[in-house]
Design a protein around this ligand. Structure first.
Ligand code: MSP
Length: 524
């Protein structure tokens, strides 16, 4: 029985470049939540995709001597490939150049216009192409050479063009009321405070179209071919396109809208926490339950940038560390909602300590002992002692209930720390019980101890699936756990391993990463 629908999205990435570690982090973070919810019995819709219109994409395409569409096709393919490389379990991949998205965006525009919230005027002000964002005079600073910069350090240019506006100024109070009534709408708390103080300063109406004379690469404004929609209005609409908008009464929309979580980076919280709910209120649509803004990842302590030469690609990361290893590292090491750092040394230390020596070693040595000493079959337990009962009941009764609130808040570093506490409890249990000694002294007791351990490993491997789907699957395969018995609901005594079922000689799942010695100069 399903616990109900759960709709989760990533931001959709600009196709002006290829995916890097930042995109990979967001995709993995969202994937972990989607998988956690599926394993917990929810009917999940997980969306990711690409944001293909706007001046930034158009300009980069031109620099590359390509049409915007051909350029977008080329780079969107890289983002699609990234979902495969990282084993992302998205149910849909939207491209904003798709027909369905034109229909949804134009329908939303028409709705806002009918509501009286869109009106023609003229935009005169600063625009950052890098951020595809408008800035006010007081937000702009002058650099040494007379160039102007917005508050986030990107260059802004003066723009004057006829433009349609959205009556955002009318929504300040409604938005403040939303943040007040639903404190969970903006997560984490630090982002919520920023947004509230920004809205309290008063909102200006928002320019929502670009004139043909300056930009043609966009979705045409309904009824006015001189204009294309502002890329953020187009992009945000993607979340309802996929739910089937404008079919508001359609089955999919009824089931999945409003979204449960939008997962985004902190740089785009203004768009998601101010513009998006204002558009939705205007269109009479329900609001998403929460926007979670994660932090930024730096590499070796520095902001990723082409000029520094520290931009890490998802392909390279998987090749160097292994897929589940990199998924694990990012989820374990980047603190909830804060900026994080990626360092090669930290990655190797974590992977070796927690995976090779931790979970990998626990599974490998338990299964090897069983393979060698129990006729290569899951042993039959005798009656349980207190320590056996304590270990298993802790896992059966407390593990998943303890993880749920942490997962709900995207605290996957805590989810993993808690699972690893169980792993270290298993290690202590082995040290206390010394099963290899029991082999001669009390073989029946050895069987019980190994059974308790392998049953604990079964439950732990079920719980690690959201973060490490492949490796956890390999452990569960080695234990002979049927594919249909790998949900969180199966972490109980009723689904315990069947004694007597055969196991193959175990294969290590997490190899130790050995740092190669720097090449020594040949002695001459
Ligand atoms: N196209 C917009 C989003 C539109 S959503 C309706 C956009 N695209 S982006 O390609 O620039 O960024 C995509 C996502 O990746 C954003 O959530 C952004 O915050 C995130 N990241 C980009 N660089 C990042 C890091 N270095 N670290 C973590 N996340 C980062 O913004």
């Amino acid at each position: 029985m399903s616990k109900g629908p759960f709709y989760i999205t990533t931001a959709i990435s600009y196709v002006n470049g290829v995916p890097h570690l930042g995109h990979a982090y967001e995709a993995i973070l969202t994937d972990v939540m989607a998988r956690f919810k599926r394993l917990d019995g929810y009917d999940v819709l997980f969306l990711t995709g690409t944001d293909e219109h706007g001046e930034k994409v158009a300009k980069t395409a031109e620099k590359n001597g390509m049409s915007p569409k051909a350029f977008a096709d080329q780079n969107a393919a890289h983002f699609q490939a990234m979902t495969k490389t990282l084993n992302i379990s998205n149910d849909d991949f939207i491209r904003t150049t798709q027909e369905r998205h034109y229909a949804a965006s134009q329908a939303l525009w028409t709705k806002l216009q009918e509501k009286g919230d869109i009106f023609p005027s003229k935009y005169e002000g600063w625009y950052s192409v890098r951020e595809e964002a408008y800035f006010t005079e007081d937000e702009v600073k002058e650099g040494a050479n007379g160039q102007k910069f917005g508050p986030n350090g990107t260059e802004v240019l003066w723009v004057e063009e006829p433009s349609y506006f959205f009556r955002l100024s009318a929504y300040s109070d409604k938005l403040l009321e939303l943040y007040e009534k639903h404190p969970e709408f903006i997560q984490p708390q630090s982002r919520r405070n920023e947004i509230i103080s920004f809205v309290k300063r008063g909102l200006k109406d928002l320019s929502v179209s670009r004139h043909k004379s300056r930009l043609e690469w966009g979705i045409p404004v309904p009824g006015d071919p001189e204009h294309v929609m502002y890329v953020w209005l187009d992009a945000l609409t993607n979340y309802i396109t996929v739910a089937g908008y404008p079919e508001e009464n359609g089955e999919k929309f009824q089931k999945f809208w409003p979204a449960d979580r939008h997962v985004i980076g902190k740089d785009i919280s203004r768009f998601h926490c101010i513009y998006w709910p204002a558009f939705l209120i205007s269109a009479g649509l329900d609001l998403p339950q929460a926007v979670f803004a994660h932090g930024f990842i730096n590499v070796q302590g520095e902001k990723m940038s082409k000029s520094v030469g520290n931009v890490l690609s998802p392909d390279g990361l998987v090749e160097t560390y292994g897929l589940d290893q990199i998924r694990y590292f990012l989820m374990r090491e980047i603190p909830h909602g804060q900026d994080g750092n990626f360092s090669h040394e930290q990655a190797i230390a974590r992977i070796n300590a927690d995976l090779a020596n931790g979970l990998g070693n626990l599974a490998q040595r338990t299964l090897s002992m069983i393979h060698k000493n129990c006729d290569a079959a899951i042993p039959a337990p005798g009656s349980y002692e207190e320590a056996d009962k304590a270990l298993l009941s802790q896992i059966y009764e407390k593990l998943i209930p303890g993880l749920r609130p942490q997962a709900d808040a995207f605290q996957f570093h805590n989810v993993l720390a808690n699972i690893w506490k169980e792993i270290s409890d298993c290690d202590s249990y082995i040290d206390t019980m010394v099963p290899w000694k029991l082999k001669k002294e009390d073989p029946a007791r050895m069987q019980t101890v190994l059974y308790v351990l392998v049953e604990a490993i079964r439950c732990i491997a079920i719980a690690t699936q959201p973060v490490m789907p492949q490796s956890s699957g390999k452990i569960l395969d080695q234990l002979g756990v049927p594919p249909g018995e790998r949900l969180f609901a199966h972490i109980d005594a009723a689904h315990a391993l069947k004694s007597g079922s055969k196991i193959d000689a175990p294969q290590g799942v997490f190899p130790r990463i050995v740092e190669l010695e720097p090449q020594k100069e040949a002695a001459g």
